[in-house]
Design a protein around this ligand. Structure first.
Ligand SMILES: *[C@@H]1O[C@H](CO)[C@@H](O)[C@H](O)[C@H]1NC(C)=O
Length: 196
């Protein structure tokens, strides 16, 4: 098995997930799809930037490292062929760890946001009308929000997408941690096209 090309596939997969996460996070700064009036109406968890920083920026580094692994046959590290293979795999484990932390952060923020519920207008003030996810099973409760229009489904849809993206990234980076550790220990990656 060539763990280097597995990493490359992983890099290609992580990029669309990261872009989608960044987009979801940006959309959360526009409650109900409209420009925020004076930031009062934006849910706190959107400012934690789970999608932009965690699943987005922190994912760029592992994705680029993984993408580069096939082209340099995993031997690009240290400029030293004899240590190169294992060294490059160890390098990928470190970056997969960074990705794991970023995606885990986005996942946790999204789970907290879903549980907390959206911020919305009730009797002229922006508050959090829900708690402990009680609104999830009772759509009648959603009517308590006067504005922004459709905020509950907006909040739920975007944070659920972020939750799923974060989970996928956690799984993928977790795979690469294991894959890279195996590659580091057994040195099983394609070096110099020998396929060993
Ligand atoms: C749903 O919420 C509404 C409004 O708070 C409440 O009147 C109703 O009893 C709830 N329904 C259920 C099934 O809990």
């Amino acid at each position: 098995m060539c763990s280097g090309s597995f990493a490359k596939c992983l890099g290609i997969t992580l990029i669309p997930l990261a872009i989608l996460s960044v987009l979801c996070n940006i959309l959360l700064l526009f409650p109900g799809g409209k420009p925020a009036k004076n930031n009062e109406d934006i849910t706190d968890e959107a400012w934690y930037f789970g999608g932009i920083l965690g699943s987005g920026v922190l994912m760029i580094f592992p994705a680029l490292v993984f993408l580069g692994m096939k082209t340099n046959d995993c031997c690009g590290c240290c400029g030293n062929e004899s240590c190169g293979r294992r060294c490059a795999m160890l390098f990928s484990v470190m970056f997969a760890g960074v990705g794991l932390i970023g995606a885990g952060y986005s996942f946790i923020v999204s789970a907290v946001a879903i549980n907390h519920g959206p911020k919305c207008l009730i009797n002229g003030t922006f508050t959090y009308p829900f708690s402990d996810g009680n609104y999830l099973s009772n759509q009648t409760m959603w009517e308590v929000c006067e504005a922004p229009e459709g905020i509950v489904s907006w909040h739920l849809g975007l944070f659920s997408t972020l939750l799923i993206m974060g989970l996928l990234q956690v799984v993928l980076c977790g795979f690469q941690v294991i894959n890279g550790l195996i590659g580091t220990i057994f040195g099983d990656c394609c070096c110099g096209g020998s396929g060993k």
